[in-house]
Design a protein around this ligand. Structure first.
Ligand code: MF3
Ligand code: CO
Length: 258
């Protein structure tokens, strides 16, 4: 094994063979997200969805990345309506028509972690939900566009924040995106706000999990007594989209795709 190249501030650059494993890990995550979205009909419990994800990940020769991470008790994070992130699957939480559901999944394939999230509505949705979903997903792509060599990390968050606020919403500042590789969370941190001239400089070979959390109301969140579930402080809706992206000389490569 050759010595790993290191960028500034402990940010690990991935070799082509590592990117290949990250592609596979993220493809599996993407397939689970697709499967869960298709399974997410009114009446199903969030624990049912967690079991579906667990079985699928194992069947693909991978392992859940979140299960046991800092004591997290499940395969997926599933956060509904006013819940922002880190909702814990439960046998008593039943998905209902019109719910805005956010699902975040990590899978480890041959020691490399895939990480992605998406939000969607169950059944027919109202205009408010549809608009929040569209703006949040578009904000993710605005951030991804900035994931190019010689940009600074701040360019990603600045693009996301500008887009989100221009649409009358607010980003959540308490949680950030991150580098990803052998570990779920590697440097650098990737805030969904900031200044394009600040932060570490991006280099080809970095892999970044970019993940805007967007609130209908203020960006403030509160953590529930379970120690995990983050909810909006004002009770309004929140959405979350995440892709793992490789920085390359040919532009951003989204790893978490089919
Ligand atoms: N959703 C987080 C992320 O994308 C990770 C979840 S941590 C866990 O970075 F502990 F909840 F699993
Ligand atoms: Co992540």
């Amino acid at each position: 094994m050759k010595i790993k190249r290191r960028a500034s501030k402990g940010i690990l650059l991935k070799a082509p063979w590592e990117l290949e494993r990250l592609r596979t890990a993220n493809k599996i995550v993407c397939e689970v997200l697709e499967l869960l979205q298709n399974s997410c009909e009114p009446g199903i419990t969030t624990k049912d969805l967690d079991r579906i994800a667990y079985e699928f990940i194992l069947s693909r020769g991978a392992k859940p990345a979140f299960l046991g991470y800092r004591g997290y008790p499940a395969t997926i994070c599933i956060s509904i309506n006013n819940e922002v992130v880190h909702g814990i699957p439960s046998d008593s939480r039943i998905v209902e028509e019109g719910d805005l559901v956010s699902i975040d999944i990590g899978a480890i394939y041959k020691d490399y972690v895939g990480d992605a999230a998406r939000s969607f509505s169950v059944g027919t949705s109202n205009d408010a939900v549809r608009r929040l979903l569209t703006v949040t997903e578009q904000a993710l792509y605005k951030g991804i566009e900035q994931a190019i060599p010689r940009n600074r990390v701040g360019a990603i968050g600045a693009a996301i924040q500008e887009f989100v606020e221009a649409h009358g919403y607010n980003v959540v500042k308490k949680f950030v995106g991150h580098g990803v590789g052998r570990s779920l969370h590697e440097p650098p941190e990737i805030p969904n706000y900031g200044n394009p001239k600040q932060g570490p400089m991006l280099k080809s070979g970095m892999v970044l999990a970019i993940e805007p959390m967007v609130n209908e109301g203020t960006g403030d969140v509160v953590i529930l007594d379970d120690g995990w579930t983050a909810v909006t402080a004002d009770g309004k809706l929140s959405a979350h989209f995440e892709h793992s992206v490789a920085v390359t000389d040919n532009g951003p490569e989204i790893l978490s795709k089919k």
